[in-house]
Write a protein that binds this ligand. Structure first.
Ligand SMILES: [Zn+2]
Length: 386
C-alpha cells in the first residue's frame, strides 16, 4: 500500500509548494485548496506581525492527533510535508477506504506554519527575535501562547512537532547525510519512559523500520536531552505521546523535495499506525537501536592535507568549511557566510565537496584563517594555476 501511495504522490502533493521556500500568499493558497466540506478551517489568532494563524480539523474519531509545523521560520519542509498529508486526505481515489478508516478512528488537528513572520524572512525566530521552541513556559510570543492554548484545549492523545534540520547531520555507519530524524522527547532530566513516551517510541520504531526500505541507513534519532523550555518536552510531560520530526538532506536534493516526499510518507504511515493501533506490536526498546543523529558529521567543504606555513614551520592538516548554518541556534542566522569550521585530523568527517590540497602550501597566519572566503579563493586560484 505504501508503494502505491509513493507512486501516486504527485496527485496528493500540495502544488503551491515547488521548492524550498514559499511565501505566505502561497501558504494561504494551499489552505484554499482544501475541500471545506471535509475540513474545518478556523483562524485562531495572529502572529506578532498580525499574520493570521489557522487551525484545520478533520475526522470524527475518538483518537485525537495534533500536528504543528514550522515554529522555526526557516524550516519549510515541515509545513510542505504536512500539507501533503492534508492533500492525501483531500483527494479521492481507490484508497478512500484508508481515508475513511483514519477519519473514523481519529480526529486530526493541524496548525501549520506556527511562525509565519520568521518564515517570511527565512529565519529561525519570530518577529520579536525569540525562538518559539524555547518559549513553551514563558509564552512571551503570541505564537507560543496560541500553540500552548490549543494543546490544552484539544488535549490530544498524540502530538507531532514538525521541524527541519541542518544538512550537516549524519550517522555513525553511513556515508550519507541524515534524510530524516525522529525524537521521542524526554519529559524530565532523568529521561524517564512512561507509557505515553513508550507509545511515541514504538511509533518511531514503526516509522524508522518502514523508511529503512526507501532510505537505508539515512534515518536517525535526535538527541533526547531534556529541554525544560521546549515544546515537545513540555507536551510529552502532559501525558501526550509526542513525536518530533526533522527533515534532513539527501545529496543533490537542494530544495529538499525528495525529503519532503518521505516526510509525508512518514506522517501518513504514523496516522495509519495510530488509527489501527498497529504500532503497539513494535518494541519500544528498539528505539535505542536507531542510530544517533550526529551533528556536523558533514561539512560543506574539506580541504584535505593542506600544508600551512606558520611562524616559519610547516604542518599538514585538514580544514573544513561550512557555507551557512540554516538552523543556527544563535541569535544571528549565519546564512550565506563561509566559516572555517574545524582544523585538524578530519578523517572521520564527511563533506559534500572535498578538495585534495596535498600539493598546496599556504602561508597563513591563524587569524587570517578566520576568513574562510579568502582561504577558499586562495585555494581555488592556486589549484587553477596548477
Ligand atoms: Zn526546528
Amino acid at each position: 500500500m505504501i508503494d502505491q501511495i509513493i507512486k501516486n504522490y504527485d496527485f496528493y502533493k500540495q502544488k503551491n509548494f515547488t521548492e524550498l521556500k514559499f511565501s505566505y500568499q502561497q501558504f494561504i493558497k494551499a489552505i484554499n485548496t482544501l475541500d471545506k466540506k471535509k475540513f474545518q478551517i478556523n483562524e485562531i489568532g495572529k502572529s506578532f506581525k498580525d499574520k493570521s494563524l489557522y487551525l484545520i480539523k478533520t475526522g470524527s474519531g475518538k483518537i485525537k492527533v495534533f500536528f504543528w509545523s514550522q515554529m522555526h521560520g526557516n524550516e519549510p519542509i515541515s509545513t510542505q510535508g504536512l500539507f501533503d498529508l492534508l492533500g492525501f486526505l483531500n483527494y479521492e481515489d481507490e484508497l478512500n477506504f484508508l481515508r475513511e478508516k483514519i477519519l473514523n478512528e481519529c480526529t486530526l488537528y493541524f496548525f501549520p506554519l506556527v511562525n509565519p513572520d520568521g518564515a517570511e524572512k527565512f529565519i529561525r525566530r519570530n518577529a520579536q527575535g525569540i525562538d518559539l521552541n524555547r518559549d513553551a513556559i514563558k509564552q512571551t510570543t503570541p505564537e507560543a501562547k496560541i500553540l500552548n492554548d490549543i494543546i490544552d484545549d484539544i488535549k490530544p492523545h498524540f502530538a507531532f512537532n514538525l521541524h527541519d534540520q541542518e544538512r550537516y547531520y549524519g550517522t555513525k555507519n553511513s556515508n550519507q547525510p541524515t534524510a530524516l530524524s525522529f525524537l521521542s522527547p524526554s519529559f524530565n532530566f532523568e529521561k524517564s519512559i512512561d507509557k505515553y513516551r513508550e507509545k511515541s517510541m514504538k511509533l518511531i520504531v514503526a516509522i524508522s523500520n518502514l523508511l529503512q526500505k526507501y532510505l537505508p541507513n539515512n534515518i536517525a534519532k535526535y538527541n533526547d536531552d531534556f529541554m525544560p523550555n521546549a515544546f515537545g518536552d513540555n507536551v510529552q510531560a502532559k501525558s501526550i505521546s509526542t513525536i518530533l520530526f526533522e527533515a534532513g538532506y539527501i545529496i543533490g536534493d537542494e530544495n529538499r523535495q525528495k525529503v519532503r516526499k518521505f516526510y509525508f510518507i512518514a506522517l501518513l504511515f504514523a496516522v495509519i499506525q495510530i488509527s489501527d493501533a498497529l504500532f503497539n506490536k513494535y518494541l519500544f526498546s528498539e528505539y535505542q537501536d536507531i542510530p544517533k543523529n550526529i551533528k556536523f558529521k558533514f561539512t560543506d567543504i574539506i580541504l584535505k592535507n593542506l600544508s600551512i606555513i606558520q611562524n616559519g614551520k610547516v604542518f599538514v592538516t585538514d580544514v573544513s568549511v561550512i557555507k551557512n548554518v540554516l538552523n543556527s541556534e544563535k541569535f544571528t542566522d549565519l546564512c550565506d557566510e563561509f566559516l572555517i569550521w574545524d582544523i585538524g585530523d578530519l578523517s572521520d568527517k564527511k563533506s559534500f565537496f572535498e578538495i585534495n590540497c596535498s600539493n598546496l602550501k599556504i602561508n597563513y597566519k591563524l587569524e587570517r584563517l578566520q576568513n574562510a572566503k579568502k582561504l577558499l579563493q586562495f585555494v581555488n586560484e592556486s589549484l587553477s594555476k596548477g
